[in-house]
Design a protein around this ligand. Structure first.
Ligand code: MRU
Length: 373
């Protein structure tokens, strides 16, 4: 995506060979990049959400495995492999819900197994990390094309010039991936093709990824949008102001249950009650075909209560400060994700196309998952 005329991805190797990311702690107030120079720095960046979003977490983990390979002892394969297994276990613990993290780590371990020596394994780790990042961007671009068809079909039922009104939750735009995004990719594709669109942006407490990141992305791209309070979506749907809901996902089971940012389930319930189509956009790397019942089986990350007890904002002097919003003694619970059962999901949009959120639907796009089961 372009920032002030310059094309950016969310993660890249800079001219000095250093892993570099966009610092998502500072957005939307400041655009800055951060260098991740060690395996430890990568783990901290994922855990502390300097980088976040399922696809970007996966790509960062891929590069984390490369940095681990650079730091691993190279006297023999046994000590190199033991070091890498330990690194893989530590990376997997950084954030538990998004499939993309474990998927990228496994892909790196599979690649390393093909190397005959530590030097060759190190080279393979770099190639694999680059491939994971490139494939993430390409998958998202294709999600955009498939999703654009959906938005065009809605536009065809409207008067000329009337915008298609999309509601989204959290940030599933290009900042959550290497490029393009998942839920926002169809919006960008439609907007770029000249289709009038308007996005309702949920603020997405506690970390406000909607207010801070989605609104920032859409503004940079010139897409009309309006920030709404997290609880406004149901009201808008009751009054016919939402044509379609599109969210991203952090993990989707073989029958199409979808874990996404906390609050997504409530939007799906409201959409169901009001006959508003509810779509989940995801690259293949977000599927977890080993799971079926998402509510029972998907691990839900619980984060520190301070994220709920405070909000981060900018003072009139331009300083970023956290401000407490509850009594000193009030504790907070912080479940980061929830699961939307497949019965509330109209369809899934992946780089392979659209399918119903059901085991038959998922297997029609991913027959290899059936063979594996
Ligand atoms: O906690 P985050 O910011 O990593 O959560 C992001 C979301 O929930 C997104 O909606 C999700 O990752 C799906 S799109 C990558």
């Amino acid at each position: 995506m372009n920032i002030d005329g310059k094309a950016y991805r969310t993660i890249w190797i800079d001219e000095t060979g250093t892993l570099t990311v966009i610092d998502q702690h500072l957005l939307p107030h400041r655009f800055a990049t951060a260098r991740l120079e060690s395996f430890e720095a990568v783990c901290a960046a994922i855990r502390d959400m300097l980088v976040r979003g399922a696809g970007l977490i996966g790509a960062t983990a891929g590069y984390g495995m490369w940095l681990a390979a650079c730091e691993a002892p190279c006297r023999d394969n046994a000590s190199f492999d033991a070091f890498m297994l330990d690194a893989a276990a530590r990376l997997r613990q950084t954030r538990p819900t998004a499939s993309n993290l474990a998927w990228a780590v496994k892909r790196q371990l599979d690649a390393l197994a093909q190397g005959a020596s530590p030097a060759e394994k190190r080279r393979l780790a770099r190639e694999t990390a680059d491939r994971i990042a490139d494939e993430d961007a390409q998958a998202c671009r294709r999600i955009g094309e498939h999703g654009k068809n959906l938005l065009e079909a809605i536009a065809a039922r409207k008067g000329p010039g009337e915008p298609v009104r999309i509601l989204t939750h959290c940030n599933a735009g290009w900042l959550a991936f290497v490029d393009y995004g998942s839920a926002l990719a169809p919006v960008y594709a439609a907007h770029d093709a000249g289709l009038p669109v308007h996005v309702w942006v949920d603020e997405t407490r506690p970390r406000n990824q909607g207010a801070g990141l989605t609104a920032w992305e859409l503004a940079r791209h010139g897409v009309p949008h309006t920030l709404i309070a997290d609880n406004a979506g149901g009201h808008l749907m009751q009054h016919g102001l939402v044509d379609i809901v599109i969210t991203g996902a952090d993990r989707v089971t073989r029958r199409g249950d979808a874990a996404n940012k906390i609050g997504t389930y409530l939007k799906a319930l409201a959409a169901h009650d009001n006959g508003v189509p509810f779509y989940v956009a995801l690259p293949s790397s977000t599927f977890d075909f080993s799971l079926s019942d998402g509510v029972a089986e998907i691990p839900i990350e619980q984060r520190g209560g301070e994220e709920v007890r405070t909000v981060l904002g900018k003072t009139p002097e331009g300083v970023l400060v956290p401000v407490q919003i509850c009594p000193d003694e009030t504790p907070a619970g912080n479940w980061a994700f929830d699961v939307t059962p497949n019965r509330l999901i109209t369809g899934l949009i992946s780089e392979r196309g659209l399918c119903p959120a059901s085991e038959e639907g998922v297997l029609s796009l991913y027959p290899e998952a059936g063979a594996r089961a």
